[in-house]
Design a protein around this ligand. Structure first.
Ligand code: ZN
Length: 313
C-alpha cells in the first residue's frame, strides 16, 4: 500500500514508477499499516519487485500481511521471496497483464496519520481486499517496455552461452542452443502461456493468428487519424510461402480523456518522429490481420507499444 492508502502489488508499483516517476512512498502493510521497505521498485536490481518487513519488526493485531480470514502464515507473505528467474543479474518479468485500478483500503477520511488500525479494523481490511495470488506472487508488468528489455537481456545471455560453448554463430548447433536458452524462461501474455522463445515474432515468420509481440523497424508517417509504421521488411503471407506482403502498425492519434500522462508524452514523441520521417525500431503486442494485400497490426493501448530510444523517466 502506498501513502495514499492504495493497495497494489509491488510489480504494479514498479510499473507506475517506471511510467511516471512517482513512487508514493512510504509503503506500508495495507492491513495493519506497519512500515514496509520497498525492494527493486524504484531501483533496478537482481530481484523482482517486492516488499520486506524491516528486521526486528512484525505485523500487529493479528495481521500476517495477507488478505483473508485467518491468521495462519502463508507462503506469499511479502517478506518471503518465491523462486525467481534471474538472467544477466536481473530478474525477468514473467507475465504481461492489464493495468488494474488500485484498491483503496482505508475508511473515508482516514489519512493514515492517526492511530494504527485495531484488530477489528485489521480484520475488516483483510476481508475487503481480494487476494490475487497470481499477481502478488509473480513479477508481472502491464508495460511492453519491461518485457522487451527483459527479452534483449535474455538474448544477450543466450548469445554468451552459445559463445561460451564454442558454437559457431549461425550453425544449427548455435541456433539450437540459443533457442533452448530462450525457451527455458516462461512468459505469459495476457494468460497465453508462452516462453521468451515463443512470445516474439518478426518478419522471418508468417504472422500467427494470435497475439504475440511483433517487432521490426521502419518509417513512421502521419495519416488523418493514425500514426502508421510501415515495416522495412515484407512478411510471408502464408507458412513457408514465397509471397511477401507489407506489414503496417497503426496507432490511433486520439487518446482517451483519462489517458495516462506517459501515453500523452509517447504520442507527442511519435508525432515528432513522424514529422522528421524517422525510422524506428518497434515492438508491438497484438494481433496482425490480413487487410487485402497487407498485414495490419492495430495497437489498442500505448502500453502495448515500445520503440528503442523511447524517452524514459
Ligand atoms: Zn500487517
Amino acid at each position: 500500500m502506498n501513502r495514499h492508502g492504495e493497495v497494489r502489488s509491488a510489480s504494479e508499483f514498479k510499473d507506475i514508477f517506471e511510467d511516471t516517476g512517482d513512487s508514493y512512498r512510504p509503503y506500508r502493510c495495507p492491513f495493519c499499516e506497519v512500515s514496509y521497505e520497498d525492494r527493486c521498485i524504484i531501483t533496478e536490481c537482481v530481484k523482482a519487485p517486492h516488499f520486506k518487513l524491516p528486521d526486528g519488526t512484525s505485523h500487529r493485531e493479528g495481521c500476517n500481511g495477507e488478505a483473508g480470514d485467518d491468521s495462519s502464515p502463508s507462503v506469499n507473505a511479502p517478506s518471503k521471496t518465491p523462486k525467481r528467474t534471474v538472467v544477466g543479474g536481473i530478474e525477468l518479468p514473467e507475465a504481461l497483464v492489464g493495468r488494474r485500478k488500485a484498491q483503496p483500503v482505508r475508511k473515508p477520511g482516514d489519512d493514515g496519520l492517526g492511530l494504527p488500525p485495531d484488530a477489528i479494523e485489521v480484520a475488516r481490511r483483510r476481508k475487503s481486499v481480494a487476494a490475487d495470488k497470481t499477481i502478488s506472487s509473480h513479477y508481472t508488468t502491464s508495460l511492453l517496455r519491461a518485457i522487451v528489455h527483459g527479452y534483449r537481456r535474455l538474448r544477450k545471455h543466450a548469445y554468451d552461452q552459445a559463445t561460451a560453448a564454442k558454437l559457431e554463430k549461425g550453425s544449427a548447433e548455435y541456433n539450437e542452443c540459443f533457442r533452448e536458452t530462450l525457451n527455458r524462461y516462461r512468459l505469459s501474455l495476457y494468460g497465453q502461456k508462452l516462453t521468451y522463445g515463443t512470445a516474439f515474432q518478426d518478419s522471418k515468420l508468417t504472422p500467427w493468428h494470435v497475439e504475440r509481440v511483433y517487432s521490426g523497424s521502419g518509417k513512421i508517417r502521419t495519416e488523418a487519424d493514425y500514426l502508421v509504421i510501415r515495416d522495412a521488411d515484407s512478411w510471408p503471407k502464408q507458412f513457408k510461402s514465397k509471397e511477401l506482403l507489407p506489414f503496417e502498425v497503426k496507432l490511433s492519434r486520439t487518446l482517451a480523456p483519462n489517458t495516462p500522462t506517459s501515453h500523452l508524452q509517447a504520442m507527442e514523441e511519435l508525432e515528432g518522429l513522424a514529422a522528421m520521417g524517422q525510422d524506428i525500431e518497434w515492438h508491438a503486442y497484438g494481433l496482425p490481420l490480413l487487410q487485402g494485400e497487407r498485414f495490419e497490426l492495430s495497437i489498442d493501448s500505448l502500453d502495448h507499444f515500445y520503440w528503442i530510444g523511447q524517452h524514459r523517466q
